[in-house]
Design a binder for this molecule. Structure first.
Ligand code: HEM
Length: 462
């Protein structure tokens, strides 16, 4: 029986919020210089917890995540490390097959990254957030001599949060709503419809997920290191803003850019139904306006192209061709009579939701996204979305195209091209644009684990 998430003082607050009012933030990737000093510093570190957020309105926030090499550097034995998920232990950059699946080829190849290459992975990720004007003091207070003696730090600052990503689109609109109160009962007929309320176990180890199962947690005889923690994926994605708008302006202008994203510049979705309520969307009208849609009335992608970024990243009902079934046909399907659509236990978007916590960085030519997402399974969430949906040249019955924003444009190993964009027109034939340039380039990245407070204490005491 699912239980409400109650151990709020053990859970880092990043699971609850992206800290909109704390517009200043910086990410420090750290390498342990001295394990003893690193553990001593860790013993003094207190992350902002969900308990803090429930009690007060915070003016600053601090979060700490650890990579697999980081756990080793802090002294965690290999026998325990191996209980974490294989993709976390293996790392983002070390396996050429993983790099191919993630689209980390060509200009995205890890060998070209500024940080995070195989063998040089950072050990920890320290994330700091502050109200306007508060970040310099928070950084100064953090980077004490004891901190500098313990770690070598690479600071990756973010740009002040203004709700837009560098291409100019409103960002951070669609997020899954976590079922903190254990209201969800997965695997009932309501799963035949798209829903936005997602089991807590999809984002937190130790709780039932969308399969009704609890993700394997790395535990020792005396501590469960996974409980109340989650995996964190960090990718530094450089954006060629000038190249993007040059291409867009030469080929169709703003409507083309909006078709590539699947939303208008101000966030309004291109696909709209609004015919029935969606579980986990609302009650605020702005949530309904910006997320109260699925693709059932746009199966052919005439309003929002099937390949549009938001549709690839979360196909909502797009993976269930045939549209929403009436109750009679649904029941007939559940009884095995005249099935036109079955609940899909792999492709349904509820198994592949991401809590996005990234922010933009830089300005001018050196700008992009510090893409950060949280999930209880890196393989089933981030890697599936990135590899099977965004990077795939065969997504949704298409061929020869990848995500129009993110594609590496490298030919696939089988030889076929990936650099087209088919732009359906509501009147007249589909327009095909070929030779899309690469707009987004991976500059660094790593897999981390965002532990609960007790697990952090355990690591400090190793
Ligand atoms: C520089 C790179 C990227 C840019 C410029 C970008 C931009 C955007 C924009 C403008 C939106 C619509 C606003 C919103 O719903 O919040 C969006 C949504 C989204 N993006 Fe990205 N994105 C990038 C990379 C990624 C990556 C790497 C992933 C996952 C691996 C991803 C996953 C998503 C998801 C899941 C959504 C929400 C879709 C939905 O639920 O409707 N994005 N992105």
């Amino acid at each position: 029986m699912p239980q409400a998430v109650a151990e709020l003082d053990d859970i880092q607050g990043l699971l609850k919020t992206g800290y909109g009012p704390l517009t200043e933030a910086s990410n420090l990737v750290l390498w342990v210089r001295d394990p003893g000093l690193a553990r001593a510093w860790l013993a003094t570190f207190r992350p902002t917890t969900m308990g803090d957020l429930a009690r007060t309105r915070v003016a600053i926030a601090r979060h700490l995540a650890v990579s697999a090499p980081g756990l080793s550097a802090l002294g965690l034995p290999d026998t325990v490390l191996e209980r974490f998920s294989p993709e976390f232990v293996g790392g983002m950059a070390a396996d050429p097959a993983r790099s191919r699946r993630l689209g980390d080829v060509g200009a995205n190849a890890p060998a070209r990254w500024a940080w995070g290459q195989a063998g040089l992975e950072p050990h920890l990720l320290l994330m700091l957030f502050a109200l306007p004007g508060g970040l310099p003091a928070l950084l100064a207070e953090t980077r004490t001599p004891a901190f500098e003696a313990a770690f070598e730090a690479l600071e990756l600052p973010t740009a002040p949060l203004d709700g837009r990503e560098p291409f100019g689109f409103v960002d951070g609109l669609s997020q899954p709503v976590v079922d903190w109160d254990a209201e969800r009962r997965p695997d009932t007929s309501e799963d035949l419809d798209y829903g936005n309320l997602i089991s807590a176990g999809e984002f937190l180890l130790g709780y039932p997920n969308e399969y009704g199962l609890v993700t394997r947690s790395p535990a020792t005889e005396d501590a469960d290191l996974g409980r109340n923690g989650t995996y964190l994926v960090f990718r530094q994605l450089h954006q060629d803003v000038e190249g993007f708008w040059n291409f867009v302006n030469a080929n169709g202008g703003l409507p083309l850019a909006e078709a590539m994203v699947g939303r208008k510049l101000d966030g309004e979705p291109l696909a709209r139904t609004g015919e029935r309520p969606i579980r986990g969307v609302g009650p605020k009208q702005s949530d309904i306006d910006f997320n109260g849609y699925d693709f059932e009335s746009d199966v052919d992608g005439l309003r929002c192209p099937i390949t549009g970024h938001v549709r690839r990243a979360n196909p909502r009902t797009g993976d269930q061709p045939g549209g929403n079934l009436g109750i009679i046909r649904k029941l007939a399907g559940m009884l095995g009579l005249g099935i036109e659509r079955r609940p899909d236990t792999i492709a349904s978007s509820r198994y592949h939701r991401l809590l996005r916590r990234g922010r933009k960085y830089g300005a001018g030519a050196d700008t992009g996204l510090h893409f950060i997402c949280l999930g209880a399974s890196i393989a089933r969430q981030f890697e599936f979305v990135q590899g099977a949906w965004l990077d795939s040249a065969k997504f949704g019955g298409l061929s020869g195209e990848q995500d129009p924003l993110l594609g590496s444009r490298q030919p696939h190993p089988a030889g076929h091209a990936t650099d087209a964009f088919r732009w359906p027109q509501r009147a007249g034939p589909c327009r095909t644009l070929e030779g899309l340039p690469q707009f987004v380039t991976v500059r660094g990245g790593a897999y981390f684990f965002l532990p609960g407070v007790k697990a952090l204490r355990y690591l400090a005491a190793l």
